[in-house]
Design a protein around this ligand. Structure first.
Ligand SMILES: Cc1cc2nc3c(=O)[nH]c(=O)nc-3n(C[C@H](O)[C@H](O)[C@H](O)COP(=O)(O)OP(=O)(O)OC[C@H]3O[C@@H](n4cnc5c(N)ncnc54)[C@H](O)[C@@H]3O)c2cc1C
Length: 354
């Protein structure tokens, strides 16, 4: 059995971000690290987008960034300009390559496909693997996206569409999300906020085709890439053992009302590495109790009155753009929180506290 000072369970976004942060900060000069990752090859499997509200290590993996975005609903649309916090898209393929090229040179880091050869007893564990369970009754953000390339220049690549609710809602919350990477290339996603037990919401290919044909009115295109996933809008069960810190989605890094996780993972990695010398007694890292509280009310409204959500999002984005972005990226101050709360239908939110 092999022993390591640190073991990272799961070499995905959080596991690799942490390994990179440890390596670049020279925290592995006299410490050893094992990364346990089930997959045998890394390739682009996710497209991570977020408002760049804090610095991160992966600006060179950003394939596009925007200062403008729009929201569409049947009740109206808004276009938002924000030069302060660009919305960035990171290609996971570039991210994996960058990290692996760097950490594979460090002799103190070893990869394993499972824990069979490892003695976990004396190591400090960073765990990003969630315990699989039947969570069908919980809320998820589930989606499929395709990156299409058109013959002609069709897209305005200066502005992306964050949410287009002008589509079939099926008593749920449904929107399309379009990221134009170039005038002839865009990632288009069909996204649902719902429980996972309604199979009729999952004919993603049919939904995408209809949207591209009928709403975007694009006839000729090829599909370059596809991704499909489900982000838990609840805190998944994970390990609560001594000498273990949960990271990534398993560590509560997902913002429940939005699914945004990437930048929280980066901030959590920086926090761990900054405090690695006193890791045994480290206070746990939270996105923020106030966001947990507010997001739970928000999700109750979403569960009980999904039909209100397009209007709620539209109104939220009528607040000053800096305020909304900081709120959605969990960096708002109390005045900004109130700015958002005042845009919400107060009586409905109060009812849903209980
Ligand atoms: C398709 C998709 C798109 C997303 N887009 C965004 C976005 O735009 N912005 C945003 O902020 N967030 C986004 N997210 C949410 C979040 O950022 C990602 O899910 C992110 O990958 C979470 O990182 P993680 O390390 O917790 O999980 P993962 O990246 O999934 O890493 C977990 C790793 O553990 C490995 N593993 C699992 N079980 C085992 C096992 N038993 N043994 C060994 N290894 C195991 C897996 O292979 C995986 O590599 C997206 C999620 C998905 C699924």
């Amino acid at each position: 059995m092999k022993e390591f000072d640190y073991i990272i369970l799961g070499g995905g976004c959080a596991g690799l971000s942490l390994a990179y942060e440890l390596d670049v900060n020279l925290k592995l000069k006299d410490k050893s690290l094992a990364i346990v990752e089930a997959r045998s090859e890394y390739k682009r499997d996710k497209t991570w987008s977020f408002w760049k509200i804090s610095d991160h290590n992966f600006d060179d993996c950003v394939i596009k960034s925007w200062n403008n975005f729009s929201i569409n609903t049947k009740l109206g649309s808004v276009e938002i300009i924000n030069k302060e916090y660009p919305y960035q898209t990171v290609d996971s393929g570039l991210f994996y390559n960058k990290i692996l090229n760097r950490i594979k040179q460090n002799k103190n880091i070893e990869f394993f496909q499972n824990t069979k050869q490892l003695n976990l007893e004396n190591s400090f564990i960073f765990n990003s693997i969630t315990i699989k369970d039947n969570y069908k009754e919980n809320l998820w953000q589930h989606f499929k996206g395709i990156e299409i390339e058109t013959e002609k220049n069709i897209f305005d690549d200066e502005i992306f569409n964050l949410m287009d609710f002008d589509c079939d809602q099926k008593n749920s919350v449904h929107f399309f999300y379009t990221l134009p990477f170039a005038k002839n290339k865009a990632l288009i996603e069909t996204t649902w906020l719902s429980k996972m037990n309604d199979e009729s919401l999952k004919d993603y290919d049919v939904q995408l085709k209809k949207y591209i044909d009928e709403t975007l009115k694009i006839k000729n295109y090829k599909i370059n890439y596809q991704e499909e996933g489900a982000i838990p809008l609840f805190y998944p069960q994970s390990q609560t053992k001594k000498n273990t810190i949960n990271i990534g989605s398993a560590g509560g890094m997902t913002r429940l009302s939005t699914g945004y996780t990437f930048l929280n993972i980066q901030n959590h990695s920086k926090y761990i590495v900054k405090n690695i010398d006193k890791i045994q007694n480290l206070k746990s890292y939270h996105i923020g109790k106030k966001y947990e509280f507010l997001d739970n009310i928000f999700l109750n409204v979403l569960k009980n009155q999904p039909d209100l959500m397009p209007k709620i999002f539209l109104n939220m984005f009528k607040a000053p753009s800096k305020t909304v972005i900081k709120f959605l990226s969990n960096k708002s101050n109390i005045f900004e929180d109130f700015g958002i709360i005042l845009k919400m239908p107060k009586w409905i939110f109060i009812k849903n506290i209980f």
